[in-house]
Design a protein around this ligand. Sequence first.
Ligand code: F6R
Length: 583
Amino acid sequence: MCSIIGYRGGRKAVRVLINGLRNMEYRGYDSVGVATMDGAKIQVRKRVGRVDDVSKAMGLDELGGTSGVGHTRWATQGAPTDRNAHPHVSSGGRVAIVHNGTIENFAELRTSLESQGFSFKSETDSEVIANLLESELDGGDGVRGAVLRTIAKIRGHYTFAAIFNDGSMAATRRRESLIVGVGDGEYYVSSDVHGFVEYANDVIYVNDGDVVVIDDDGLGIYDGDGRRVTTELTKVSRELATIYKEDYAHHTLKEISEQPDVIGAAGADESAVSAVARSLRDAGTVYIVGSGTSYNAALAAKHLLLEYASIRAEAIVASEIPVHARSLERGGIMLAISQSGESADVLEAAGIARNAGIDVISIVNHPNSALARESTDVIRINCGPEIGVAATKSFLSQLVVLYKIVGELGGPGIDQEVISQAISGALESGPHVKEIARRLRDVNDVYVLGRGIHYAIALEAALKLKELTYIHAEAMPGGELKHGPLALLDEDTNVIIINPPGTTHDDALADAAKIRARGAHVIGIDTADSDAYDDWIPIPESDEAAHTIAEIVPIQLLAYYTALERDTNPDRPRNLAKSVTVR
Ligand code: F6R
């Protein structure tokens, strides 16, 4: 996913653009670029690197003009190079565009445009948009007509914004986000509100296929037939102020640390939780889908529904749903879990479900996301903006919602205060975890074991370690170790055992003994120390739900501190983007 920002108003555009890109850099950070209308000419500066570095190295602040577009890229089509960085300018220099998403038919469009004399400088799919817009500009109906004819020709998922050398700006979207910010005589277009939240409080969520035009007459939004649409202004939520890191070194640390406080708002709408619980109880079949961390929450949901509500559900990685499309049973329910509500794999899974006559219910953080808008019922996790690329507080908030749902179905009632205390207690392991992180600096492999629902937590632990530290980390159910993976263990291996009190506790200690007998190092996450552990990370005694929700916290910290030891940026792991809006 990339970030897009556009501005037209009275300020020095490049400053607004750079600030917006800095706030959205978590969305993609391979390269940075801006284009402004400086005099009668579009000026472009772009390069591989991070916003602040590129801005300094290329003197972006020197660009004049009060309108422009900017972009940070997460490379999909074409390597992360200077040439492939956005904005892309049309051959005749009349249009500059920034794009997020995929243009599926770019190759044929490129061939056709080349045969008409248009030239290309990059390997991206995006550049066809610039040349298509230029090729359509002389239709006599201005920028609006050019954009409408362009989107009629392109296929795929996209948002793009363009500036034209007549001083106007346009933007449109198809299955990617686009938000317009409305200030006093000034307008912003952006992939998300973080792009302009400091300047404008009123926003318009643009509908799929609508075209935004900003020119001397102000703002106009048009449907696919070119008719003006009426739009609603929404006040930007105050919670967005929390995107700033305050005194924390990284957003990831801030987001881990604020978990005791944010979980209180998860699933706060009790009637929504009850409605979803009823639908799950009455459904023929329940499919729970998600990607990455949200899939790990889906797997936890499967355990909870079975254990507490005797509901047999299938947890399926969202990108696998197309493979199962033919076997989905009409009348079932799909419970789709997604922090962003914009992951392409999850949206596709939801679309397939709806086509199969299956209602989609979602658990999301972003209430205006595509997934939320397309769902029959929605439960919000309400954890505020998650800026660190790796999911942390959203996972805990998802678990809280899931416990609330099963609470309605006969499961254990949860006490938010008890959960907050358990998380705060787990956070106290920070100094000890830092020491362990020092030892993990040079290791190559970490295994994480958990049984039952704690296997889902182990998967999440391994994912956090992979993402933040680039160490190979693998989760497995504790009992599986002896069926093969034991062959991998030697004195250089570290094994984390998630070992809650209860029926599996002794089995996990027996796993630990087998591991230590092979010379590997065991880190136990437990309420009590044991001789079976080389290192013990304590989790405070608590009830079952609070324990399960809190036990990922020390591993989040471990991943964070190990990232610092290994000199990687925990907020922006290489090759990743906050939400993956491509398939
Ligand atoms: C992991 C992570 C990703 C996301 C995944 C799904 O730390 O951030 O694995 O969990 O891309 O994203 P959402 O939940 O937005 O659908």
